[in-house]
Design a binder for this molecule. Structure first.
Ligand SMILES: C[S@@+](CC[C@H](N)C(=O)[O-])C[C@H]1O[C@@H](n2cnc3c(N)ncnc32)[C@H](O)[C@@H]1O
Ligand code: SF4
Length: 412
């Protein structure tokens, strides 16, 4: 029970929350006129099995007794309590319960988690609450239980509807389970997201077309389609599978653009497609350089104060995280984002959005004058990577295709 757990002040290298706040509130060279919207991210770090392409902080559930749900919930509660001074008085616009595989947690645990958050943080009335689900954990009653607990949006990790591809990806589910999960997501939730990946091992254009057709048949209000990336320190990095070449991957992206547009899904971010009114509030806040408090193992936070922007990272290993959070010291690292890194950090996010950003938003979110962008914006425009007027900056189609080149113009 929470009441039994002694809560000591949050400490970074022996520092109390009050000391950290004093440090965050000191005068500085930035001047933020207003604090951005705040979101909450909650990381649940266990999976049934580690996928060979995955570099998320996810750990195979090895314990005989299963995931230590109760202890982890206690740790999350302590983590949140200790972090409250950093977000005092601010309302939460969205919550994202991600992983790992959050759907390994029982509906009762998710209910407890959402209740714990509601008791400590004021939520906006229509607060979006997303939970990531793996079809390998699908049971009808379980999904309904998440809805009853207050989850408004389910994000279903399908990846492909081809059993051979799912096996090559090391997924724990088959296509039939993915379809069952989507059928339920459709009826039980206000809105849902379907995650697909493309440029899969050995994938042909016709195979992708079949995946797209099957995904679109569910009329998803939101679709995320990611190019499979071989991340360092994964099994795929050690034993690379045969992947489509760049030309084929580019044809695949064209096909995705064509088929999604034909069914009324708008590409509003590099990998995200939505029907009107179904954009992901939580992810939009990241891309608009909003603030987020991240609790749970390895979670990242970005928090603004009147004179600085701070990043925090929680302990990554679940056991270490739980021990640390329960003693009131879940933060492994915190650092102030350097003034000259802010333009690049802002652009890493904002230029992923098809609509780009409002210039006034740059000043509001970074506390920097627009003059710091002048040279890079002029170069980007001359290279055909952005369009702009007096109020807005938008990446062009070419800018989205060469996004990392565009973003790197803002590196100092
Ligand atoms: C953190 S995962 C959460 C969902 C859940 N764990 C699952 O895999 O079903 C979020 C999404 O990121 C995508 N993803 C994960 N690793 C990736 C990689 N190496 N390349 C591209 N997309 C990836 C997958 O589409 C996945 O559904
Ligand atoms: S289920 Fe998702 S988070 Fe877990 S290992 Fe696979 S891709 Fe990573």
């Amino acid at each position: 029970m929470a009441a039994d757990i002694p809560i000591t002040p949050q400490a970074v290298a022996g520092e109390s929350a009050a000391e950290a706040m004093a440090r965050y509130m000191r005068p500085g060279t930035l001047s933020l006129a207003a604090l951005p919207p705040l979101s909450l991210y909650v990381h649940l770090p266990w999976c049934l099995k580690k996928c060979p392409y995955c570099d998320f902080n996810s750990h195979e559930q090895k314990e005989k007794g299963g995931v230590p749900e109760a202890r982890y919930l206690d740790a999350l509660r302590c983590d949140l309590e200790a972090a409250l001074p950093f977000v005092w008085g601010r309302r939460v616009h969205s919550i994202f319960i991600g992983g790992g595989t959050p759907s390994l947690f029982s509906p009762q645990s998710i209910d407890q988690l959402i209740t714990d958050v509601r008791a400590r943080l004021p939520l906006e009335p229509a607060c979006e609450i997303t939970l990531e689900a793996n079809p390998g954990t699908f049971e009808r009653e379980r999904f309904r239980g998440y809805r009853a607990a207050g989850v408004t949006r389910l994000s279903v990790g399908v990846q492909s509807f081809d059993d051979a591809k799912l096996e090559a990806l090391g997924r724990v589910h088959d296509a039939a389970q993915a379809r069952a999960a989507l059928d339920e997501a459709r009826v039980a939730f206000d809105t849902f997201n379907l995650d697909l990946m493309y440029a899969l091992p050995g994938q042909t254009l016709a195979e992708l077309e079949s995946d797209l057709q099957q995904a679109l048949a569910f009329a998803p209000p939101h679709l995320s389609i990611y190019h499979l990336t071989i991340e360092p320190n994964t099994l795929f990095a050690k034993h690379p599978p045969p992947l489509p070449d760049d030309d084929l991957a580019s044809d695949m992206l064209d096909l995705i653009a064509e088929r999604t547009a034909a069914t009324g899904l708008e590409r509003y971010e590099v990998s995200a497609f939505a029907r009107p009114g179904h954009r992901c509030v939580h992810n939009l806040n990241y891309w608009q350089f909003g603030d987020y408090l991240g609790i749970g193992a390895g979670a990242h936070s970005k928090l603004s104060f009147p004179h600085r922007v701070v990043r925090q990272i929680r302990y990554r290993d679940p056991a270490k995280y739980m021990a640390q959070a329960l003693s009131g010291a879940a933060i492994a690292q915190d650092e102030e984002v350097a003034r000259d890194q802010l333009p690049f950090e802002f652009m890493l996010n904002a230029l992923r959005l098809k609509e780009g950003f409002e210039l006034a938003r740059f000043t509001e979110r970074t506390g920097l004058p627009l003059t710091v962008l002048q040279d890079a914006l002029a170069t980007a425009e001359a290279r055909g990577l952005i369009e702009r007027d007096l109020r807005w900056v938008r990446p062009t189609a070419r800018g989205l295709d060469f996004l990392s080149d565009l973003q790197s113009l803002f590196l100092k």
